[in-house]
Design a protein around this ligand. Sequence first.
Ligand SMILES: Cc1cc2nc3c(=O)[nH]c(=O)nc-3n(C[C@H](O)[C@H](O)[C@H](O)COP(=O)(O)OP(=O)(O)OC[C@H]3O[C@@H](n4cnc5c(N)ncnc54)[C@H](O)[C@@H]3O)c2cc1C
Length: 462
Amino acid sequence: MSSPSRSSGAAEYDVVVVGAGTAGCYAAATVAEAGYDVCILERKTESEAGHIACGDALKGADAFPEVIPKSRLEPAFTNTDVDHGRFEIPQEDTVLEIPVPGELAVVDRWEYGRQVIAGANDAGVDFHYDTVVQDVIQPNGQVTGVRAMRKGDPKEYAAEVVVDGAGALSILQDKVDFSESTFDTNVTYSQFCSAYREIVHVDEPVEWSDALVFKPTERAAGYLWYFPRTETEINAGLGFQMTEEPMKLVDDLKRDLRERPEFEGARVSDKLGAALPTRRPYDSAVHPGFVAVGDAAGHVNPTTGGGIAGAAYAGKYAGEQTIEAIESGDVSEAALWEYNERVMDHYGARYAALDVYNVLSTAVDVDDLMGLLAAMPGDKLAEALYSGSTDIGLKLKLEALLKSYGHWGTILNLYKTKRRADEVLAHYEQYPSDPRNFPAWQAERDHVMESVYETTGADPKY
Ligand SMILES: Cc1cc2nc3c(=O)[nH]c(=O)nc-3n(C[C@H](O)[C@H](O)[C@H](O)COP(=O)(O)OP(=O)(O)OC[C@H]3O[C@@H](n4cnc5c(N)ncnc54)[C@H](O)[C@@H]3O)c2cc1C
């Protein structure tokens, strides 16, 4: 918890950002570009910063915020030939090739991370590495800074606004007292996915170097992925929802690699694991003097696990709102609120609707669902995966229905669930522009979610 007063030895900044990931760097670069003093506190060393557990698939890089020029990121794009998803469904002996809309690349994630940091550095951000943030300073409700251990020494940082870009399950949110605001504290482990990946090198080019390969895991309703950084360097990983029995991630990946002839004699160069949010975005991610961005606010597509683009935009929006609040001399919840609106408007509403399918997946039989997916038209599946909604024409519906004989119960379930997802989307489009209207909006959203649980038969997720 916070102490009553700020230590006189605190380093003072306009904005302190915690975490040198995508969200933190875009937020800090936005603030620095406007001429404000901003620092990023990162627990890793300078040489290790930017090394983040990831599948390395980057979607929508063509539309990234410009505060860090795209030309900086491009050298990290090692495979820009990927243009579709390849869904392997062994239970059905089927492979689905599904187009992915928008620009797609597989990246060298560490190089990408370094370039994002270099971009923020160019914008004028101060970097403090080896600095583990452990607590917040919150004398009277408002957050006014953080406490950290820097290279083993305790240190305090004071700021008008603290931006929490510390990633999934951020420690800062265990420390802030949110009782005076509507900041979303309805966050539990079961709304996250545990994931692990290895960088695997093979001698012969893989045949699917233009595809993102997905495959359901044998157990625990997870999925495996094989994303080609190049024709011979593959990001291979897997994850499972934390509502399930824990999987042995390393062993399960090893087993699948052994079974695939293209990985015979393969070498592994890097191993990393982490948690990622597979939930709706935080209902509100602002509190007086405090804004959460990226994974720290659940800004990930809950059906694909893609969070890089959302993190970049959350950073931009938080940076811009923070500047506005500081300029008006008011960093209250109301002054920061527009940040929530921009996130919901851009992708938050869509992700909340997609989360309804995650809820469904906890209640249906996975084999049944895979059988159904195998029978669905690929382009419609892609649309559903990214837009949160799809409209299947009558002819396609009938074709899919015939092919999916044996899964009709699931189809009906899916159809009803889609209607609920559309209701969620419509409700999020009414996200309030004033925090005073938030409790009523939230109560109505919870009402819509009750009908989601009723339709899907799933246990409540929130
Ligand atoms: C295994 C895996 C695979 C994924 N695959 C993809 C994919 O293919 N495509 C995609 O788009 N997304 C993917 N994601 C999600 C994506 O990686 C995240 O959404 C994205 O990195 C979020 O960025 P961020 O800046 O919010 O957080 P992060 O990138 O996690 O950055 C947080 C930073 O904060 C630092 N930090 C944490 N705590 C502290 C502290 N107390 N003090 C100081 N510093 C701290 C961390 O060291 C880190 O540098 C994947 C995630 C995982 C785990």
